[in-house]
Ligand binder design. Structure first.
Ligand SMILES: NC(=O)c1ccc[n+]([C@@H]2O[C@H](COP(=O)([O-])OP(=O)(O)OC[C@H]3O[C@@H](n4cnc5c(N)ncnc54)[C@H](O)[C@@H]3O)[C@@H](O)[C@H]2O)c1
Length: 349
């Protein structure tokens, strides 16, 4: 199968690219190479005859038409997005342009290409989205996001992703485009850009810097190892029912404070400080405006209908993640110099 992956130089997209090539699929990686991209993420497959890279911006419709014509993909996996909630608070315009208009361009380029090819049934437009479109859950652990949870996005990021999900469903209902959607919980793992919580905590701990926790640290997230997400995504694009959406999550709810303490305990074991614990560096900072209290995914549908299950526990996944950051300073060090990294963003509101 030839897969056109957008955003394949980012965190999750690159995990999809690596796994797809490893499984023998041809991949065309379409990425604009924004501040969040790093081609080293796909260095392990860059020399494969199955891999091709196209630097293109999803805001540029003509560029997308040319890519479809040149590569003739069987399916599309659309991950390219602006993805950092804090940046969306300071600069929502980029999120509207890339996540909404960019998805519109992708849908129109895909629809034109699919129509030119005689509307093959096997074509798929797989839209990769987030659980953040469902808003914020109460503390009650029996209440989780299902595919039927009403949309209630609360940040510019999640609102732009929600809008893109609606466009994708509309292109299916109106034009018959064979789409599949997935909404996933928070990912973590290797190649996570060093502005997101888990890499920030690991790298600040190593540098002896404060470990910033927004608010009181009670916000709950549901964590999934990125390679398990990539596996679920390939399953969804290959076997997912047309027009259907699937929630993906690891059923690993942790408060941010619990998560940070777990990371500190792993580091204390692997690289003990001369005295004390990395947890001594924990510092509570101003909360994110509109900070969602809790996310939790009910992944019953993808488990029952597609047979997906995560391969690692969160403890194993975090351990592997810490090991990866300890071994890959050459990857993360240069990224820390990029604009906005290491700076507190999203507090203007
Ligand atoms: N990170 C998470 O925990 C998570 C969870 C669920 C869903 N998602 C979704 O998964 C997708 C990937 O997330 P990520 O964390 O890997 O993001 P990321 O920020 O690490 O990577 C995004 C990639 O998209 C590219 N990109 C951005 N704007 C572009 C444009 N205009 N044209 C072409 N390429 C562009 C960037 O260069 C980058 O390589 C996003 O759609 C996100 O909403 C993320």
């Amino acid at each position: 199968m030839k897969i056109l992956v957008t955003g394949g130089a980012g965190f999750i997209g690159s995990a999809v690219v690596r796994l797809a090539v490893q499984r023998g699929h041809a991949v065309v990686n379409v990425d604009a190479l924004t501040y969040a991209a790093c081609l080293d993420n796909v260095a392990s497959v860059a020399d494969s005859p199955l891999y091709a890279f196209e630097q293109a911006d999803i805001r540029d419709r003509a560029a997308l038409d040319a890519v479809f014509d040149r590569h003739q993909p069987d399916v599309v996996m659309h991950l390219a997005a602006e993805s950092h909630v804090d940046r969306s608070i300071d600069g929502p315009g980029d999120f509207v342009e890339t996540n909404i208009t960019g998805t519109y361009n992708m849908l129109e380029a895909a629809r034109a290409y699919w129509t030119r090819r005689g509307k093959p049934d096997a074509f798929r437009f797989h839209h990769i989205s987030t659980d953040e479109v469902f808003g914020s859950l109460p503390a009650d652990p029996t209440v989780k996001f299902t595919e039927d949870t009403p949309y209630d996005p609360r940040s510019p990021y999640s609102a732009s992703k929600a809008a893109s999900d609606h466009l994708v469903r509309a292109w299916h209902e109106t034009y018959g485009l064979p789409v599949v959607l997935t909404n996933c919980s928070n990912n973590y793992g290797p190649f996570h850009f060093p502005e997101k919580l888990i890499p920030v905590i690991i790298l600040n701990a190593l540098a002896g810097k404060p470990l910033p926790i927004y608010g009181n640290g009670a916000n709950i997230r549901d964590w999934l190892f990125v390679e398990d997400h990539a596996d679920a995504l390939l399953l969804a694009v290959e076997k997912g029912a047309v027009g259907r959406s699937y929630n993906i999550g690891g059923e690993n709810e942790r408060t941010n404070l619990e998560l940070v303490k777990t990371l500190c305990a792993i580091l204390d074991r692997k690289l003990p400080k001369a005295s004390g614990s990395y947890a001594d560096q924990i510092t509570f900072v101003a909360d994110r405006p509109g900070h969602d209290a809790r996310y939790a995914i009910d992944p019953s549908r993808i488990r029952a209908e597609l047979g997906w299950a995560p391969s690692v526990t969160v403890e194993e996944g975090l351990e592997r993640t810490v090991d990866w950051y300890l071994a890959n300073e050459a990857w993360w060090r240069p990224l820390q110099a990029r604009a906005g990294v290491g700076v507190r963003l999203g507090v203007k509101a």
